[in-house]
Ligand binder design. Structure first.
Ligand SMILES: C[S@@+](CC[C@H](N)C(=O)[O-])C[C@H]1O[C@@H](n2cnc3c(N)ncnc32)[C@H](O)[C@@H]1O
Length: 384
């Protein structure tokens, strides 16, 4: 059993239990060699991106109307099917035998024959998938709400973008020879990288860099970054050398990681729950509210979200976002500028939050959709 496949299996079992895969992924990456960590990530993300397609092939192969109910058996089958149909460099016999080994190791020895048989007769990728949610590997309720909000073409583009690994972008604010080698983007200081990431550059998605640029920070400003950790946008706001910078987050763990990363050196870090009234008067010229959200703009980067999210989660996020935005607006100086953003492309978490909380303000709204615009999907509103 290769360590990469064992790690991918463990990560996928976490997803089966409905939890975020991030902690399992981080812990395996820290223990594996770089090539094994890369393969484990590719396998786990690939299975999660293509899950509906893989399940369709497994059902066809079994000739039964439903998937196997054992999570261990299903996970081993999905891993094998992904390698057989989407990774050309892995020999078929290795993909099959390692999935068989996985079920044996995880207490399902009796299913070894079934896994072997289903993977050996797995059909090829079809020319036509049975329906759009299978073709796009997206739950039908998400596809339906995206189609309602953005139209069919944009919804399908966003879903297709979520099937591919995301491109890498870096933040590079100083001029140096390195920059000559990098591909510029429409966001100043943001470069696309297709090879290794140059030293001393911070990886930050183009959508995230675009959000921070909307705040237009100048040196004399007092700046509040309200949902700041892990600090990518704080670091970008600090490039303008504001007079005061305060960065807050509710999570002690994330704030600690932010402090250790050095991203926000120069900002005062505070642990605050922004759903509550904040301990500041209306003193800030610039406020960024990069609110916690469902993350539906980041499915290429976080493919577990699409299988974990439920419709009620979006309403729960929206309720919290309204409280956070209301707290933030109370700290904005007259004439100041607040940017509200999420990496969700759901109107309930964006335009509806703004309409509910900031109706008396001047508002400019922006949307980046995956597949239509480079990078993750984001929505942002500039509130003045
Ligand atoms: C989208 S992330 C922020 C990403 C960050 N702006 C960046 O660019 O690196 C949202 C953050 O909101 C924080 N958060 C969640 N609930 C909060 C609350 N009630 N008050 C303040 N921060 C909160 C989370 O801990 C998380 O770090």
């Amino acid at each position: 059993m290769t360590p990469a496949r064992q790690a991918a299996y463990d990560i996928l079992m976490t997803a089966c239990r409905g939890s975020s895969i991030d902690p399992a992924l981080e812990s395996h990456r820290a223990q594996l060699s770089p090539p094994d960590a890369a393969l484990a990530t590719e396998l786990a993300y690939g299975v999660l991106r293509r899950r509906a397609q893989l399940d369709f092939l497994i059902i066809l192969s079994s000739g039964k109307p439903k998937l196997p109910t054992d999570a261990e058996v299903l996970t081993a089958l999905r891993l094998g099917a992904y390698q057989l149909r989407f990774l050309t460099r892995i020999p078929a016999h290795a993909a099959v035998s390692e999935s068989v080994e996985l079920v044996k190791r995880h207490g399902k020895r009796s299913a070894a024959g079934l896994v072997n048989a289903l993977l050996r007769k797995l059909p090829p990728l079809p020319e036509h998938w049975p329906d759009a949610p299978t073709r796009l590997s997206l739950p039908d309720w998400i596809l339906a709400r995206w189609t309602g909000a953005w139209g069919r073409e944009a919804a399908e583009s966003a879903a297709l973008a979520a099937l591919q690994p995301p491109e890498t972008y870096i933040r590079h604010s100083s001029s140096s020879d390195q920059i000559q080698m990098l591909e510029e983007t429409e966001v100043p200081g943001c470069y696309r990288v297709s090879g290794p990431v140059p030293p001393a550059c911070r990886i930050q998605d183009i959508g995230s860099q675009w959000v921070a640029s909307l705040l237009e920070v100048h040196p004399g400003h007092a700046v509040l970054d309200l949902c700041a950790a892990p600090g990518n946008k704080t670091a970008q706001l600090l490039e303008a050398s504001p007079r005061i910078a305060v960065a807050c987050d509710a999570s002690p763990r994330r704030l600690k990681a932010m402090a250790l990363s050095g991203h926000a050196a120069g900002a005062r870090l505070l642990r605050l729950d922004a759903t509550q009234p904040l301990p500041f008067g209306p003193i800030f010229d610039r406020i960024l509210v990069d609110a916690p959200c469902s993350g539906t703009g980041t499915l290429a980067r976080n493919p577990d979200i699409k299988w974990r999210l439920a419709p009620d989660d979006i309403l729960r996020h929206a309720a919290r976002q309204k409280q956070i935005l209301a707290s933030a607006l109370a700290c904005l100086k007259p004439g100041g500028r607040l940017v509200y953003s999420t990496c969700s492309i759901e109107p309930e978490e964006n335009s509806e939050v703004i309409a509910h909380v900031a109706s008396g303000y001047s508002i400019q709204s922006f949307t980046r959709l995956p597949g239509r615009d480079p990078g993750d999907g984001f929505q942002a509103a500039v509130i003045t």
